[in-house]
Design a protein around this ligand. Structure first.
Ligand SMILES: [Ca+2]
Length: 448
């Protein structure tokens, strides 16, 4: 009976069948690594050269206030993959060798790939997997049918000398450039699976360290006056942009653009360690919960279905899971734990109801076990309260440093602390931050 009802409901929900007999779009989720808003030439007055991303932004719903799940890689991706704050998933920090239990998504969590594969999609991950090492945490055990990439950053000695895990088999490569290799694999995946719905997560490593790019392209940027390191980062970004363009051209050739939803974002802001670069005058960078660490580019492109426009709403990585469930009409199978994010499908498609987005958004990161008084933030409308970053090392105890408060509508660079002017707002946000912290911490400490 349940199946019959679902079939009736399906007919109602999927009124128009496309040529392959399925209205559900393919999904390509492209993530850059440590790329900031200021790395996109559309926003930086031509410092970089990203013509394909520039064009894609203009053809897409582009979210001007989009946030990653964390200021660093693994926890940010945990939020993207589960729709839940990273602490709940157990994946809270960096360095899988030092902290294996704190850099993996708990096995009782449902990932995006689990949900897509259970709903009949072919699922593939090409590129970086930083959501768990060890057999049970391998991407092929977390919902992906195909994997070609790496789980350990030391597998990438340079972008010209790297090791990839392809379906569980390791191979070294010295005759290619990593970004081009990942692009070619993504194109191959799309060609092979064009007949039925697919979910492809293309997780580029660019422009993450180790800095390496073709000499002639680095020269192009040193000649513009950038130092060697910054020039290399910009060359890496241009290589990725070219690759994304090639993938989009292939979708056009295969006539898949109208049933393929493309998402592009970055897992956190620019890393200040390898080389300084322009980031729209945002305060902070990767590792901090200031805007420079967590405010990221975010676009959704689906030709003929999603209207190209700039969206002003505050969205966060935890919203992506429920949004894709709604846009792709996926049944809630396998079941997921309660989500922190909310679907914003209604903002970009009139097929869906307008959402009530979460009133508060929360971020926190420190090395090792979470300490919620350290490098934590909460946002409510234009207000953002910050518990400041106190040390790049492992903090030993709670921070007693006072909270700061910013009005991001008037002060996007977080330069004017308004905590003493608005004590009531500060107090309310401090309490809410404490409440969310204690809730996610008890969730983190559950028995799996
Ligand atoms: Ca990253």
């Amino acid at each position: 009976m349940k199946t019959f009802l679902y079939l009736i409901l399906s007919l109602f929900l999927f009124p128009v069948l496309n040529s392959r007999g399925d209205t559900r779009p393919n999904v390509i989720l492209i993530l850059a690594d440590d790329m900031g808003l200021g790395d996109i030439s559309l926003f930086n007055g031509g410092k970089t050269n990203t013509p394909r991303l520039d064009a894609l932004i203009k053809e897409s719903a582009y979210f001007e206030k989009a946030y990653a799940g964390s200021a660093v890689c693994a926890p940010s991706r945990a939020a993207l993959f589960t729709g839940r704050y990273p602490h709940r998933t157990g994946c809270v920090t960096l360095n899988p060798r030092k902290f294996p239990e704190m850099t993996r998504i708990k096995l009782d969590e449902t990932t995006l790939a689990d949900r897509f594969s259970k709903n009949g999609y072919t699922t593939g991950l090409i590129g970086k997997w930083h959501s768990g090492t060890g057999e049970n945490y391998h991407p092929l055990k977390r919902g992906f049918h195909e994997f070609a990439g790496f789980s350990e950053s030391w597998d990438i000695k340079t972008y010209f000398n790297y090791r990839l895990d392809v379906q569980g088999e390791y191979r070294d490569y010295t005759d290619n450039y990593l970004t081009n290799d990942l692009t070619d694999r993504a194109i191959d995946f799309v060609r092979r699976h064009q007949q039925k719905p697919f979910f492809l997560h293309l997780a580029h490593y660019a422009p993450h360290r180790p800095l390496s790019a073709p000499e002639n392209l680095i020269k192009k940027y040193t000649e513009k006056g950038f130092n060697e390191k910054t020039a290399t980062i910009y060359a890496m970004i241009e290589m990725m942009d070219t690759g994304i363009g090639k993938l989009i051209d292939e979708l056009d050739t295969l006539e898949l653009r109208e049933n393929t939803l493309i998402i592009f974002s970055s897992d956190n802001g620019p890393d200040p360690l390898p080389g300084e670069r322009y980031n729209l005058n945002a305060r902070g960078a990767k590792y901090t919960v200031y805007e420079g660490g967590i405010h990221v580019p975010f676009l959704m492109n689906w030709k003929g279905t999603i209207k190209p426009e700039r969206r002003p709403e505050i969205i966060q990585f935890t919203d992506v899971f429920p949004t894709l469930m709604e846009l792709c009409h996926l049944a809630p199978n396998p079941p997921a734990k309660p989500l922190d994010g909310v679907s914003f499908a209604g903002l970009i498609s009139s097929q869906f109801e307008a959402p009530e987005l979460p009133h508060y958004r929360f971020w926190q990161w420190n090395r090792a076990t979470p300490i919620y008084s350290h490098n934590a933030a909460i946002r409510e409308n234009q207000w953002k309260l910050i518990r400041p970053f106190i040390t790049p090392n492992i903090p030993k105890e709670d921070s007693s440093e006072a909270s700061t408060l910013y009005d991001l509508d008037k002060d996007p660079s977080e330069s004017q602390d308004l905590a003493t002017e608005y004590p009531e707002i500060r107090q309310r946000l401090e309490e809410k931050l404490k409440q969310i912290s204690s809730e996610v911490e008890s969730s983190r400490n559950r028995q799996e």
